[in-house]
Design a protein around this ligand. Sequence first.
Ligand SMILES: C[S@@+](CC[C@H](N)C(=O)[O-])C[C@H]1O[C@@H](n2cnc3c(N)ncnc32)[C@H](O)[C@@H]1O
Length: 275
Amino acid sequence: MDDVALNKVFHDHECAYYDERFGIVHDEDSAARAEAEVTALLGAPLRPGDVVVDVGCGTGWFAAGLQRARPDVTVVGLDLSAGMLGRAAAAGARLLVQGDATCLPFADASVDVVVGRGVLHHLPEPLAALREWRRVLRPDGAVVLSSEPTPVVETHGGWLLSVLLRLPGLRGGLAPEDEFWELAAMAANLHTFTRTDLVRLAAAAGYADIDVAASGFAETLAMTASYAVHGHNPALAGVVPWRRLTAAGALADRLAWDRALPARWRHTLTGRLRP
Ligand SMILES: C[S@@+](CC[C@H](N)C(=O)[O-])C[C@H]1O[C@@H](n2cnc3c(N)ncnc32)[C@H](O)[C@@H]1O
């Protein structure tokens, strides 16, 4: 099975529990947060009539959230996984298309903003994808990237898991089928990127204006814990207030960790690329 097929099969399975394990709800608050995230990265609000493509839209964080927050823009969600697209539709996304992020069914220079949240690291050829996203952008358009993992998040996540999985209630192996899907989750994550890696890729893909930054620490650790505990002991996971923990982590990141930690310790990349 190649890496694209693996991603399709895995995400068709993961769609059933993705939102729960990552603490995602699709409500007015998340819609406002999705819009605020895009506005901050773009450096300006979306304009009425803008065409936005959410590549690897998953369960619809952007595809549904942006559309709900901004009914005056057209948001198209694209994903490999039919299962994920079904979830995005249920979350309120209006225009959805099944396809590959490296081969978009859109004309040259027809899109104002491409958003990609946590998708580039799943693609076998991120450079080809960035070139393809540039192809569909209008000359004044932009790509907005978020939640791309840096190498250190795997190290820190591994340390956290080795502690968590020794705790009572989490100790002991998984059933073989569950073990298989946990391994598939790891296999579907094809890359991590340093800031330098991503800047180089974007430059090679032909972007002239590249603004990429590393941030995040406590929020990703809370999400890693949530994902693991849900996988190993759903009953125990049900009693932990994951969304509050994740929100507290995000606040701690903004107030302290993003300022205090050296860039090489930060867990995710966000950015804006313009042709
Ligand atoms: C980590 S999820 C992110 C989902 C969503 N953007 C979010 O932030 O919640 C990655 C998504 O990328 C999709 N994906 C993986 N490879 C893809 C590809 N080659 N083309 C399009 N989508 C892909 C997966 O199906 C999955 O829905």
